[in-house]
Design a binder for this molecule. Structure first.
Ligand code: ZN
Length: 350
C-alpha cells in the first residue's frame, strides 16, 4: 500500500499529516462518502503509516517493506484489527464488535505507539452493536484509533457520529479514474480509458467492471434482450445475468457483487430511458446504452420504466442481504419483464 495508489484524496492525506504533527489524531474517525472511491484503501494505508517500523508515524509514509507494513497488508499485525460483515450475515453482529474490536482496542499496543481498528461496513451495524462501541468511544485504549467506514453520517447513530471526527470523501474525478485504469494495466488506449472513466460516474469499482470484457459482453446481451422489438423474456434475462455472475468464480460473495454491478448498471440504463423518452440527452453519456435506451423508450411507458428501476433496486437490496442469488434473479427478471410490458409483477411471496 502506498499513497501513490490513492488518487483524489490529497486533501485528506494533508489533513492527517497536520493532525499527527500537532499530536491531535482523534481516537475515533468516521469515513463517509460514496462506495468505491477508496475509503477503505485510505484507512488501510493510514493504519500502515501509523504502524510502519521504518518511517515515524507522524509522516504517515508506510515503507511497504518492513515486517509491520507486510503484516498490515496481510491483516496479521497484532496492533491491526479489521472487522467486516461476515459473508453469510446481513449485518455486522454484536459478537464481532465486542470480541474483535472493542476488547482488542482496549489493550495497549504490542509493538509501536498505535493500535488501529477498521470497521468496514459501519452502515450495517445493528443498533446493539453500535451501542457496544460507546464505551470504547468514551474511554479509548492507549494509542487506539478506531476508523468506521460508512456511506454518510445519517446512516449512523447520532451517539456514534457525535463522538467521531467525520472525514468526507468525494467521488473521484474522470482524470483520477482514467489514471487508475491505466495504472492497473486494464486499458492502454487513452480514449478508451477516458470513455470508461466518464461512464463510471466517480466509482472505481464501476470503472473496473466496465473495463472487463465478460461484463461488456453480458451487458450487451442484456441490453439487447431488454430493448429488442419483441417483449423481453424473463427466463432468458435471468439466465444471462446468472451466467455472468458465475464468471466471478465459485465464491457466492463474488457472484453477488457481479450481479449487483449489472443491476446497478441497469438502474442507470433505465434512468437513461426516462431521459431519452422525455426528449433529453441521457445523463450517462454511454453510447452503448443510448441506442438501447431509445429503443426501449419507443415502446415502454415512462411509469413502467420508473417501476422497473425500482424493481432493480429491490433486487439489489435482496442480494446484498444475502438472498439466494438464483431465486432473487429469477423473481427479478420475471417481474421486470411484466412491469415493462405494463402488467403487474405478481411474483408470489414478494
Ligand atoms: Zn514499513
Amino acid at each position: 500500500m502506498s499513497w501513490k495508489n490513492i488518487r483524489g484524496h490529497d486533501a485528506q492525506v494533508d489533513h492527517f499529516r497536520k493532525l499527527l504533527k500537532a499530536g491531535r489524531l482523534p481516537h475515533a474517525l468516521l469515513f463517509v462518502g460514496p462506495p468505491s472511491v477508496g475509503k477503505t484503501l485510505f484507512a488501510r494505508t493510514l493504519a500502515q503509516g501509523l504502524l510502519c517500523d521504518t518511517n515515524p508515524p507522524e509522516t504517515i509514509a508506510p515503507c511497504g517493506h518492513c515486517p509491520s507494513c507486510k503484516q498490515v497488508e496481510a491483516e496479521t499485525h497484532p496492533d491491526f484489527i479489521v472487522a467486516r460483515r461476515p459473508e453469510d450475515k446481513s449485518d455486522l453482529p454484536i459478537k464481532v464488535i465486542r470480541e474483535e474490536v472493542c476488547a482488542k482496542l482496549a489493550l495497549k499496543p504490542m509493538m509501536g505507539k498505535y493500535r488501529v481498528a477498521i470497521v468496514e461496513d459501519a452502515d450495517e451495524l445493528t443498533t446493539q452493536a453500535a451501542n457496544a462501541f460507546l464505551k470504547t468511544l468514551e474511554e479509548p485504549g492507549p494509542g487506539s484509533v478506531l476508523i468506521l467506514i460508512g456511506s454518510n453520517p445519517d446512516a449512523q447513530l447520532e451517539t456514534i457520529v457525535s463522538r467521531c471526527q467525520v472525514v468526507r470523501f468525494e467521488p473521484l474525478s474522470v482524470d483520477d479514474i482514467e489514471a487508475i485504469l491505466k495504472q492497473r494495466g486494464l486499458v492502454t488506449q487513452s480514449a478508451e480509458a477516458h470513455q470508461l472513466a466518464l461512464q463510471a460516474e466517480g466509482s472505481v469499482s464501476r470503472a473496473l467492471a466496465l473495463a472487463d470484457h465478460d461484463y461488456q459482453d453480458a451487458r450487451r446481451a442484456i441490453l439487447h434482450e431488454l430493448s429488442s422489438d419483441s417483449a423481453p423474456s424473463g427466463p432468458r434475462l435471468a439466465r444471462l445475468l446468472e451466467d455472468h455472475a458465475k464468471t466471478a468464480g465459485k465464491e457466492a460473495a463474488d457472484q453477488r457483487r457481479r450481479a449487483v454491478a449489472v443491476l446497478e448498471d441497469l438502474t442507470r440504463f433505465l434512468r437513461d430511458v426516462l431521459w431519452t423518452g422525455a426528449g433529453l440527452t441521457a445523463p450517462s453519456g454511454d453510447a452503448a446504452m443510448a441506442e438501447a435506451a431509445a429503443a426501449l423508450a419507443s415502446w415502454c411507458e415512462p411509469e413502467n420504466v420508473f417501476a422497473a428501476a425500482d424493481r432493480c433496486m429491490t433486487a439489489i437490496d435482496q442480494i446484498q442481504a444475502n438472498a439466494h442469488l438464483g431465486t432473487a434473479l429469477t423473481a427479478w427478471a420475471h417481474d421486470l419483464c411484466r412491469i415493462l410490458a405494463g402488467q403487474s409483477p405478481s411474483t408470489p411471496g414478494r
